[in-house]
Design a protein around this ligand. Sequence first.
Ligand code: PEP
Ligand code: MG
Length: 593
Amino acid sequence: MYVADPRRPGETTLRGIGVSPGVAIGPAYLMLDTGFHAAERRIAEGQAGEEIVRLEDALIETRQQIKAIQANLDSNSAGGKASILDAHLMVLDDRAFIEEVINTIRRDLVNAEGGVRKTAERYVDILAGVEDDYVRERVADVRDVARRIMRNLSGRGTDLLEQLRHKHIIIAYDLAPSDTASLRKDMAIAFATDMGSPTSHTAVMARALEIPAVVALHDISRRVRTGDEVLIDGNRGVVIVNPTSEHLTEYGKMAEARRTISEGLTASLRHAPAETRDGRRVTLSANLEQEEELGAVLQYGAEGVGLFRSEYLFLSKNALIGEDEQAAAYGRVASRLAPAPVIIRTLDIGGDKLMRDADGTREANPFLGCRSIRLSLRHVDVFKTQLRAILRASTRRNVKIMYPMISNVGEVQRANEILEETKGEMRAEGLDFDPAVEVGVMIETPAAALTSDCIAAHVKFFSLGTNDLIQYTIAVDRVNERVAYLYEPTHPAVLRLIRHTVEAGHAQGIWVGLCGEMAADPLMTPLLLGMGLDEFSVAPSAVPLVKDAVRAVTFAQAQALARTALTCRTAAEVLGHCRDLTREVAPEILELV
Ligand code: PEP
Ligand code: MG
């Protein structure tokens, strides 16, 4: 939303959703579209011919790729899917488009990448303004084809975010998780996007990297230019473009005050247990996306890793990783944290975590598609490679395995069968591993939550993945900012599913944790405690605040809150009760959220 402030000419305030706390101030770097600027450069007049030849080669390659994908879709009897790519071929065959690219190269003296990007942007601008749904939908085709041509022009090395040489605030229409995974924290000091939501994986990465981020700003990528000074407040979801000196001072002071409180908490609580005032102890672990975050896991006093999102290893390289490389990465994490436990989640590719190589098989509803454990069970070779790597890292006896996106008991049984087969093969090869490695599952579909009593018999623990559980329960896409207002963690339906899962797990003697973003919100801590959770797994930097929230209440208070919450009719009512208790027992938390 755009709010012009008449008292501060030149300053523009934009409001979105704050998804990663903190204040950052710096020059903007505008990415009109991820990767579009990657390899762009100016050329000398005599080089235009060479660039046009490069362009033509890339066009041929792009056409062959699209044809190959179509053939593949046809042979997999994917019905009408193959014809979807006809629209892409039409863009490639559009002489006017190609000539415009060539003219741009000659006129603006930019390389082929620059010609494609500029032309695509002109097309997108024109198409987006047309009052016709069909025409507007072609915007996505133009973007997709342009992206594909760009990739073929520049090979894989188009990761702009890796190439940043100066500190910038990244402004983009959207960022893919694979982009954020390759972000250099020292150069990208914050980001702000038009799209996005609190539980998109891009937001999850921002918290892991501890850089402020604001998403769902609608049109910031059209309002900001590279070089504009930008102030980002990730707590309040505010972005100020060209801030006045008054505002810079005000935000500077506020950031300093927040920093003092949170550093105080970190120092005083690092070695304290996550225990309520009347002695109920829970485990407070950290979520890990990339090895580089290990320092933070230890620094903030987490008791291990409750969720190692192994797919980031793959996303940051945009490729499948071999057994040795995986085993080495898992082994390094396990050794560094031993004897503390490390729960390695098997690949959770799909949804918003797409690898670039998987573009060709993009699905209409990726969150409901062949994602996660479904992909692993479909590609048993890839799954076995990962299980072997995890088992090899398990020799320190602190590794556990977790399967994501389970939707029925059969998937757990099948995955366990493959695990046993893998162990048998490794035994035959004389390879060492922990024979008692524990297996758990994520409970992140309503189907799994409602049948958690059936699933419990096959595993040693549950970890509630509320980021997905909420989207599937309320039928609200977790990355669609247009429906973000419906995404309510305290929705009574979500609370009932959590409660049911905890009871089913406990009835069969297994522990139940929660590793979705909900676990990192200290306002929710007493509620989740009261519902009986045994473990919380959160972004490393959230550990002190959640620990403070645990230590501020008695288990009896938390249970009373949970009882009240489970009788509420609306999410807002539940949240109101959570706030009231926090105000009473730990008011400092309200300063920091
Ligand atoms: C979840 O769904 O809550 C979860 C922790 O998994 P991810 O966010 O990686 O989908
Ligand atoms: Mg999930």
